[in-house]
Design a protein around this ligand. Structure first.
Ligand SMILES: NC(=O)c1ccc[n+]([C@@H]2O[C@H](COP(=O)([O-])OP(=O)(O)OC[C@H]3O[C@@H](n4cnc5c(N)ncnc54)[C@H](O)[C@@H]3O)[C@@H](O)[C@H]2O)c1
Ligand SMILES: O=C(O)CC[C@@H](O)C(=O)O
Length: 526
């Protein structure tokens, strides 16, 4: 049975799902060294934001197949290191969207009305109504930085509260922004005009310290900033100075450069700052959502099924996977076959996607073809996660061609590999949407389903050659399950594709190549 380590608090519903297929250990107080010492035993690791999965830990996780982040941000996982090791990293892209958006809105209103400080004063026995006069958000301008899932929800609710919306997101269309009632503007204009600025972006090299002394200086003295996205997007020292000096009115922060917060310039700024301990996703509903979402993906991967929200398998979303699964198998089989026919080191793989496959959603097929191609070299070490990187590291150039014109099959996949030992090509399609058929080998038309053990010959199409080959195989006790010849012209060059029941015995390939009329022969195991 597989073993899963859960190293952060996860809702029980997730543990129950994992327990269907694995032994689950829950250890939520591990120090990095302790995690490193035991991770080697586990097939899967499930975390929230508390565990840092560094390269060290990934290297020590010799059995790890999947890391599941019960939340959105995977910045606590070294995803490139996991990818290199073929470990799938999954998250829950939507499970806590509403929770995080509502937290941002709650922070905005709390900051406007000094609710945390007013509440604390009443609890101290005071009745001070003068110190806590607030301001309304109605008719004020909210600047939303990042109009993705959380930013969009914040914008919709803020719109309903009568706020004017500006947004900055270089990856969002004007139409989408308009649908949400937002005016897309340049960042500096947003900083200059907004009364409230709410951040809903990932922390990347572009967004690190996006709010700094320079950008703070652009803001109005009445501006309030809300960050429920990621620590490090705001320069905390500069923010503390801006609040202290009245350059801006205040800030509400759920996330910090270093968590837990500890000593900080942000403490001691009174009612103009609200600090929460990374609570954006902490609702009962969100924790159930993310636990189910991620535990199901871990369960599926441990059962050999694909994950629906893998962050390091490009283009393998649920919609793509559902329709493409049989074609993924086709691509992998063809990749494996052409890799074995070509032998040696492959330098270029030409991938032609024809008919229905000629869509811009077919990137997963190329990954599957590369996985098949690299199988002989890497065996189980290559998977959908690392196939692309492995191919790049080996200098394999991939050339894609899309040809939407209809053929005899709804979708045809053609692979041509060129390497140090020559060039070979294979084409395949699906019959009845699921049965793989090889339709062409090296330009010769055939129509055979692939089988585990196959023999291909390139020969002259002359009488008797099939008999000679059959006798030779018989003399070595090789049973032929099926055989087909593909030729372009009668008595010209031809290929023969044979399915055989067992692997070809040692030495027989050389004997086959000596048969008069046979120019070459290849044996493959699929
Ligand atoms: N506080 C919490 O507990 C909590 C909970 C959930 C999510 N989050 C964080 O909230 C953030 C947003 O999450 P989401 O689910 O909305 O993500 P999302 O991917 O749906 O949206 C992010 C948006 O940011 C935009 N973006 C990327 N780079 C940008 C840039 N340089 N400038 C402006 N926009 C940029 C993207 O185009 C996208 O629209 C993430 O950082 C996530 O980790 C925090
Ligand atoms: O695990 C948490 O509570 C925080 C999650 C949040 O930061 C996220 O990115 O999803």
């Amino acid at each position: 049975m597989s073993k899963v380590l859960v190293s952060d608090p996860i809702d029980q519903v997730g543990i129950d799902i994992l327990s269907q297929v694995a032994t689950v250990d829950i250890k939520t107080t591990l120090k990095p060294d302790e995690l490193k010492a035991i991770i080697g035993e586990y097939d899967a690791l499930m975390i929230r934001s508390g565990t840092r999965v560094t390269q060290d830990i990934i290297e020590a996780g010799v059995k790890l197949k999947i890391i599941g982040r019960a939340g959105v941000g995977v910045d606590n996982v070294d995803v490139p290191a996991a990818t290199r090791k073929g470990i799938v990293v999954v998250n829950s892209p939507e499970g806590n969207t509403i929770a995080a958006a509502e937290h941002a809105l709650a922070m905005m209103l709390s900051l406007s009305r000094h609710i945390p400080d007013a509440n604390a004063s009443v609890k101290r026995g005071e009745w001070d109504r003068k110190s806590y006069v607030g301001s309304e958000v109605y008719k004020k301008t909210l600047g939303v930085v990042g109009l993705g899932k959380i930013g969009s929800h914040v914008a919709s609710v803020a719109k309903a509260m009568g706020m004017k919306l500006l947004a900055y997101d270089p990856f969002i269309s004007t139409e989408r922004a308009e649908q949400l009632g937002c005016q897309l503007v340049e960042l500096n204009l947003l900083f200059q005009q907004a009364d409230y600025i709410t951040l809903h972006i990932p922390k990347t090299s572009e967004t690190a310290n996006l709010i700094n002394a320079k950008t703070l200086a652009l803001m109005k003295p009445t501006t309030r900033i809300i960050n429920c996205a990621r620590g490090g997007i705001i320069d905390e020292a500069a923010l503390a100075v801006a609040i202290k000096e009245g350059t801006i009115a205040g800030a509400a922060l759920d996330v910090f450069d270093s968590e837990p917060l500890g000593e900080s310039d942000l403490l001691g700024l009174g009612k103009n700052i609200i600090l929460t301990p990374h609570l954006g996703a902490s609702t009962a509903e969100a924790q159930v959502n993310v636990a189910i979402d991620v535990a199901e993906q871990i369960r599926d991967v441990l059962l050999g099924l694909p994950a629906r929200s893998a962050v390091n398998i490009p283009g393998l979303g649920p919609d793509v996977l559902e329709g493409f699964k049989p074609y993924m198998e086709l691509a992998e089989t063809l990749g494996n076959l052409v890799g074995q026919l070509t032998g040696g080191r492959v330098e270029t793989l030409n991938v032609t996607l024809q008919g229905d496959l000629a869509t811009n959603k077919s990137q997963p097929l190329i990954i599957a073809a590369l996985k098949g191609l690299l199988y002989q070299a890497l065996r189980e070490r290559v998977n959908y996660v690392n196939a692309n990187i492995e191919a790049k590291e080996r200098g394999i150039r991939v050339i894609e061609t899309r040809d939407a014109s209809a053929r005899d099959y709804a979708g045809l996949l053609h692979l041509q590999a060129t390497g140090t030992l020559g060039t070979h090509s294979v084409t395949g399609a699906l019959l009845g949407d699921k049965e793989i058929h090889l339709t062409d080998i090296d330009g010769f038309p055939i129509n055979v389903p692939p089988s585990k053990y196959m023999l291909f010959t390139l020969h002259r199409d002359v009488p008797g050659i099939i008999g000679k080959l059959g006798s030779l195989l018989g003399s070595f006790n090789v049973n032929i399950a099926s055989m087909q010849v593909g030729r372009k012209i009668v008595r010209g060059d031809a290929v023969m594709a044979l399915s055989i029941d067992d692997p070809l015995p040692e030495g027989i390939l050389e004997e086959i190549k000596k048969v008069s009329g046979i120019r070459d022969a290849y044996t493959v195991t699929l």
